[in-house]
Design a protein around this ligand. Structure first.
Ligand SMILES: C[S@@+](CC[C@H](N)C(=O)[O-])C[C@H]1O[C@@H](n2cnc3c(N)ncnc32)[C@H](O)[C@@H]1O
Length: 197
């Protein structure tokens, strides 16, 4: 689901790269993310800041970013970061245009809760990952989305949003072994999992 004006303003505001780098990404490393030298896919990459972090702070070899929103992808391409190992493609997380088992890791910063059928997106993440590959998620929980001011300002699919237990359960059902989680109760969940061999 595309971002509304307010959400676009929030994700593209000038301080966002700092919060993503210093607050959102580090817990994934502490939970066991291992991306050095890996081929990584970021789902819902937005303006591309996550890709830059995955490449430069986590040492990924190449980071392909996909997003439903052509405007955000144009923004990411404009920013470019002088890095040939970053690529962008417009795609829906529910039907990824990539071969099976082509990535060592799949990462998503706060995109899954925008996807109407996020279970299908998890199955797609599983399909494009090689066995043993890592899934890294930072996600917003239902409790935060249902907080009245958030409901008024932001637009998300209303049905079937998840809490931490539901997301962990779905990740396991999709064939992953949980390696670690951290949560801010009812608000955010960081999760690192590995696709079972
Ligand atoms: C809250 S933004 C997060 C963007 C970026 N990851 C960040 O942290 O700044 C959610 C992103 O997911 C994208 N998105 C929403 N639905 C999607 C879908 N079905 N497939 C791929 N991307 C999607 C949106 O266009 C948006 O860029």
């Amino acid at each position: 689901m595309l971002l509304n004006r307010f959400e676009r303003l929030i994700v593209n505001q000038p301080l966002r790269p700092l919060t993503q780098r210093w607050i959102e990404a580090p817990p994934l490393r502490r939970l066991g993310a291992k991306l050095r030298g890996k081929q990584v896919l970021e789902i819902g990459c937005g303006q591309g800041e996550g890709q830059r972090i995955l490449r430069h702070d986590f040492g990924a070899r190449c980071v392909v970013g996909c997003d439903l929103d052509g405007r955000q992808l144009r923004r990411a391409r404009r920013r470019r970061f002088a890095d040939e190992q970053l690529q962008w493609i417009q795609a829906d997380a529910e039907a990824l245009p990539f071969a099976s088992e082509g990535f060592d890791a799949v990462v998503s910063f706060n995109a899954l809760h925008h996807v109407p059928n996020w279970d299908a997106a998890l199955m797609e993440a599983r399909r494009v990952l090689r066995p043993g590959g890592q899934l890294l998620l930072l996600e917003t929980m239902r409790g935060f989305l249902e907080f009245p001011p958030m409901r008024r300002l932001m637009e998300h699919p209303r049905e079937g949003r998840f809490d931490a237990d539901q997301l962990c359960h779905a990740v396991q059902e999709a064939g992953f072994e949980l390696r670690g989680t951290r949560s801010i109760p009812s608000c955010f969940l960081w999760l690192v999992a590995e696709l079972r061999l």
